[in-house]
Design a binder for this molecule. Sequence first.
Ligand code: SF4
Ligand code: SF4
Length: 165
Amino acid sequence: MALLKTLKSIGNYFHEIYDGVASLMRGMKVTGKYMVSPGEVVTQQYPENRATLKMFDSFKGELVMPHDENNQNKCTACNSCARKCPNGSIEVISARVEGEDGRSKRVLDRYIYHLDMCTFCGLCVQACEEGAIEFSQEFEHAVFNRDNLVKQLNKPGSTAKPSSE
Ligand code: SF4
Ligand code: SF4
């Protein structure tokens, strides 16, 4: 009985060695394949490739508000995006100004985005009928101070495009 147990242990020992060597050979085979066919390498050499790295099209890096060359955005301060946001990551602070027709109208004062709370669900972008916000592919969000993750998306001095008023 004791002899049988010893033989079984020795068998397991060599079996584990065999598994280890087989696993090593499988890994070496993959490495060798990529060495002779570098075009098939899928691993990204980050951060060395920072300048050329492109994320996939549907990647959600952070919310942004595009502005044109006249520093105009499409936001009408309607607040739909903030209402849709499930965790209060958006604050639309509006102001009232007098329009050319003398009537009071609402305009965007500050569009505050809390990147630190955003779950990248995309509901805000879907809710915006003006197409005023979108996701950029920026993914490097490491900061020393969390306050830096609270961002104003409308640029200083920007206005709404006349067509979206
Ligand atoms: S992506 Fe989702 S969580 Fe982030 S701001 Fe938009 S609605 Fe809120
Ligand atoms: S970003 Fe779009 S949905 Fe949000 S307040 Fe501006 S216009 Fe309205």
